[in-house]
Design a protein around this ligand. Structure first.
Ligand SMILES: [Fe+2]
Length: 243
């Protein structure tokens, strides 16, 4: 495989294609009932491996560091007990894929990632999970977590965006390499951080009905595998279709 398939459906396993057609009632429309869904076995394992290889070869040179640490003032400026405030902290490398002319975009286009994440079945899979119509135009981004990379607690709420302030949907295709020992997603339900999910998957699909509180723990590599321990995430952001 020297390119991503043109259609997302063609990277899916038999189960993935059944899901796409709405064949699993527990999953179809799940984001209408819950804020988070994780699917395993929906992506063909060999194609997931090949896809990670494509990202390593073509996109790794175009990643930029995204780093926002804990502000020291969050402690030094705190004047009252139990009133701490934390911004969204993060350390990860990313390719935003927003500007067509950018080198990251061109690299993503060469390996077919732009086409696949613009395909009918990429959109339809997200709609199947959302259980409602989504805007045909979606945003795309690639993330690459290496050892120590993480995202602190945050909501992904965008109250300044009229099309997102009432919620939106993110869909992630996770392609973790064999050097990763662990990385976890922790997310809230009912006012507490209640759920812990292993996101060290090669071909896992996760979907979020945002906003809600969640964080991703620092990636830990297997001993001696630090250099190649990467968890890649291909991320699609979908607004709801206008009524
Ligand atoms: Fe997030």
């Amino acid at each position: 495989m020297n390119r991503f398939p043109r259609e997302f459906a063609d990277i899916l396993s038999r189960r993935g294609r059944r899901l796409l057609e709405g064949g699993e009632p527990a999953v179809a429309g799940a984001l209408g009932r819950t804020q988070f869904v994780a699917l395993s076995g929906a992506v063909d394992a060999a194609k997931a491996r090949a896809a990670r290889g494509l990202l390593e070869a073509a996109l790794a040179p175009h990643l930029v560091a995204l780093e926002r640490g804990i502000p020291p003032e969050s402690i030094t400026g705190q004047t009252r007990n139990h009133q701490e405030r934390l911004i969204k902290t993060v350390r990860v490398r990313t390719a935003y894929l927003e500007r067509r002319g950018s080198r990251a975009w061109q690299a993503a286009e060469r390996i077919g990632l732009v086409a696949m994440t613009g395909s009918d079945t990429w959109h339809r899979f997200a709609e199947m999970l959302a259980g409602r119509a989504l805007d045909r135009r979606s945003g795309r981004q690639v993330l690459c977590y290496g050892p120590g990379d993480y995202a602190g607690p945050h909501t992904d709420h965008h109250p300044e965006d009229p099309r997102a302030r009432d919620g939106y949907v993110d869909m992630h295709l996770t392609l973790a390499g064999p050097g990763v020992a662990h990385q976890w997603l922790v997310y809230a339900e009912g006012g507490h951080f209640r759920h812990v999910l292993d996101v060290n998957t090669a071909g896992g699909i996760t979907a979020y009905r945002l906003p809600f509180w969640h964080y991703t723990t620092p990636l830990v590599a297997k001993p001696g595998r630090e250099r190649t321990a990467h968890r890649w995430v291909v991320l699609g952001t979908f607004r709801y279709a206008a009524a």
